[in-house]
Design a protein around this ligand. Structure first.
Ligand code: UDP
Length: 330
């Protein structure tokens, strides 16, 4: 480890803030750069914070002028599948154009190591399960397409300019810091687990998007991975870059799928409540099943997810939700 800083772009968001906390606990020095459009400054509880926007080059330049940066972690992106179908411009502008600005400044300052938050949404509808990193990438929504574009840019910048990148394709991030210091707080919230827990707390129904998928119970299957396991994956990616100087791509997932109905059942057990499901039409842009093969991250990075049971993952999310001042859970 050096005295240099890790720049965490988008570090006030859900996965970025858990990663920043983890890195500080492991002895890294971090600066979070975030425009706070969807992030929360209060989620950056250790390390430095700079408010700035990837669309304002002088904001990015200022942080690179002030700090000696070894490596960049790039989380800043819009990430709602449904919204991306309705507002693709927003996704390409932010996720792709913003990244190009960041890369320009990195190259100008000769900072060549980046860990990029990509997604299983780059694979589209799987033709083979579980999904390995070599699975075809044919995204079916603009969110996934915008992330795939950045993956391609990183690859091309690697060949042309010597940029070194580790691309982490996350499956479905879930859960919260087990000490309840930070957790998932999107506004609006669109993700299944926090919405199911809110339904449990309020006694309101949860919308289930689609019951006619080609799955065992007709609802979509996802691979839920604890946010702290993603955080640990980033630390290993930083080490991988400094040890090998090589670019690489890794899936991060639990290698186990749960249907929407199963998630609701497990949430009922965790919360001790009965949750009403309201069956709705499919949400545009959703593939039926996404389950990771994560052998590569295990063998190359030495990554070992620590929170493998979905009920444990949901428990951490429930504890976080219950600890919030505005919580309806008493
Ligand atoms: N989902 C649902 N009801 C909701 C939110 C999500 O049925 O209120 C479904 C969604 O269609 C998908 C799964 O839950 O099949 C996970 O969705 P989420 O938005 O949490 O993550 P994504 O897979 O889109 O990244």
């Amino acid at each position: 480890m050096t005295d240099k800083y890790v720049l965490v772009v988008g570090g006030a968001g859900y996965i970025g803030s858990h990663t920043t906390l983890h890195l500080n606990e492991m002895g890294y020095r971090t600066i979070v750069f975030d425009n706070l459009v969807s992030g929360h400054e209060s989620a950056v509880i250790l390390g430095d914070f700079v408010k700035g926007d990837l669309h304002v080059i002088s904001d990015i330049e200022a942080v690179f002028a002030q700090y000696d940066i070894a490596c960049v972690l790039h989380f800043a992106a819009y990430s709602y599948v449904g919204e991306s179908m309705a507002h693709p411009r927003k996704y390409y502008q932010n996720n792709v154009a913003g990244t190009l600005n960041l890369l320009d400044v990195m190259l100008r300052h000769n900072v060549l190591d980046i860990v990029f938050s990509s997604t299983c949404a780059t694979y589209g509808a799987p033709v083979q399960l579980p999904i390995t990193e070599s699975h075809p990438q044919l995204p079916i929504n603009p969110y996934g397409a915008s992330k795939l574009m950045v993956e391609r840019i990183l690859q091309d910048y690697g060949h042309a300019y010597g940029l070194r990148s580790v691309v982490l394709r996350y499956f479905n991030a879930a859960g919260a810091d087990p000490q309840c210091r930070i957790g998932e707080q999107h506004d609006p919230e669109t993700h299944l687990i926090p919405l199911v827990l809110e339904a449990a707390a309020r006694g309101t129904p949860i919308n289930v998007f689609g019951t006619d998928y080609d799955t065992s119970d007709g609802t979509c299957i996802r691979d839920y991975i604890h946010v702290n396991d993603l955080a640990a994956g980033h630390e290993l990616a930083i080490k991988y870059l400094s040890a090998t100087g090589q670019s690489a791509v890794f899936n991060l997932g639990n290698e186990h799928g749960f249907s929407v109905k199963e998630v609701i059942q497990i949430a009922e057990a965790v919360t001790g409540t009965s949750i009403d499901a309201r069956y709705c039409a499919r949400r545009a842009g959703d593939p039926a099943v996404l389950i990771a093969a994560a052998d590569l991250a295990k063998s190359e990075l030495g990554w070992r997810p620590a929170h493998c049971s979905l009920s444990e993952i949901i428990e951490t999310a429930w504890e976080w939700a219950s600890s919030r001042p505005t919580s309806p859970i008493q």
